[in-house]
Write a protein that binds this ligand. Structure first.
Ligand code: A2P
Length: 346
């Protein structure tokens, strides 16, 4: 714990992730001296309850970071690019939840259970990985340690909350409308800033982000690059298909891996059971496996459906589920902030 309480700013405090960051700071009794809630001009003056008191939301400006020790950013990449340098210039450590700085070689990309020892290498900005990457690397960490990892083939089943509060409203509105035989609003899914929008209610969308030149989406390439960076190993061959499903909260992933060493399934289960931040919930015979509805509000990564491939001798299948707003975003950021707080408080 730090020797003094710290001043914390939350940028994007009114958003889906921002709200969870506040809940996390409260529940984990984060050592806060002053809390600044920042958002767009639209939210200025709005009141948010924190530890039984009302805190007023302010418009984000460079000056709002004056005197801030730790700033948690969750307001989109463009906003981070604009304000992170301003906050760092004023002495804050920024923990950024967007894609803006993740692949910058100067910026550590951190999942505390996996590479928390690299936090101290920061030069003012620490990046929080993509939600789908976080849950995957937490699940893969014990396998990397015990067996080595050669290949990863992942397909995601991602909840709409990953696209923010308006996306959650869109799923609810479309679902209600569809049950009445009507068409609901279509403004956000699959990607807000693109021109074509498809229904997400009662549908599955094989696109979670903008297209890249190689035919993958940005979300898919984030999973590839971020996994290599977090494990510090570009030889791990990752390929991803990212899919949006009509689930409010909780991302699921079907992960196939090829390990370096041959393994017994019991050894893999033991490694996963003892892995940091993992709950193994794996007994298909008793219909025990993780599902999104069961993990909402939980900070851990849930792993089930552990199977040895029937063809490849070192092939293994996993099903990994996690609350994308918590460990996939807010909890991971607050865990990093806790470590930073012990440094700035000295
Ligand atoms: P606001 O509520 O004022 O629009 P979500 O991911 O749920 O959509 O939330 C996005 C968060 O980022 C919200 O808190 C939103 O504030 C904030 N935000 C969006 N644009 C800006 C901006 N230009 N400056 C500061 N905050 C922003």
């Amino acid at each position: 714990m730090p020797s003094r309480d710290v001043t914390v700013a939350v940028l994007g405090a009114t958003g889906a992730v921002g709200e969870q960051i506040l809940r996390n700071l409260e529940e984990r009794s984060f050592p806060i001296r002053e809390l600044r809630l920042l958002a767009s001009a639209r939210s200025a003056g709005k009141k948010v309850r924190f530890k039984g008191k009302e805190v007023e939301v302010q418009e984000a400006t460079p000056e709002a970071f004056e005197g801030v020790d730790i700033a948690l950013f969750s307001a989109g990449g463009g906003v981070s690019e604009k304000f992170a340098p301003e906050a760092v210039k004023r002495g804050a450590v920024v923990i950024d939840n967007t894609n803006a700085f993740r692949m910058n070689p100067e910026v550590p990309l951190i999942v505390p259970e996996v590479n928390g020892d690299q936090i101290s290498q920061h030069k003012g900005i620490i990046a929080n990985p993509n939600c789908s990457t976080i849950q995957m690397v937490v699940a893969l960490k014990p396998l990397v340690e015990h067996f080595g990892l050669e290949r990863v083939i992942v397909s995601t089943y991602q909840a709409v909350s990953g696209s923010g509060t308006r996306a959650m409203e869109e799923l609810a509105d479309q679902s209600r409308a569809a049950l009445e035989g009507k068409e609901g609003p279509r403004n956000i899914m699959p990607v807000g800033k693109l021109t074509k929008h498809y229904p997400i209610a009662f549908n599955v969308l094989p696109q979670c982000d903008v297209a890249q030149e190689n035919g993958f989406t940005l979300e898919e390439m984030k999973m590839v690059r971020e996994t290599n960076k977090i494990f510090g190993d570009d030889t791990i061959g990752v390929t991803a298909t990212c899919v949006r499903v009509p689930v409010m909260r909780g991302h699921s992933e079907s992960i196939y891996v090829e390990l370096k060493k041959e393994f017994e399934l019991s050894e893999v289960r033991d490694a996963l059971r003892n892995g940091k931040g993992i709950i193994l919930q794996d007994d298909i015979a008793s219909q025990e496996y993780p599902m999104p509805l069961d993990v909402v509000g939980r900070d851990e990564v849930f792993v089930g459906r552990v199977r040895k491939d029937t063809i490849h001798p070192r092939g293994l299948n996993l099903w990994v589920v996690c609350d994308n707003l918590l460990k996939g975003a807010a909890t991971n950021a607050v865990q990093i902030a806790e470590k930073v707080a012990t440094q700035v408080g000295q």
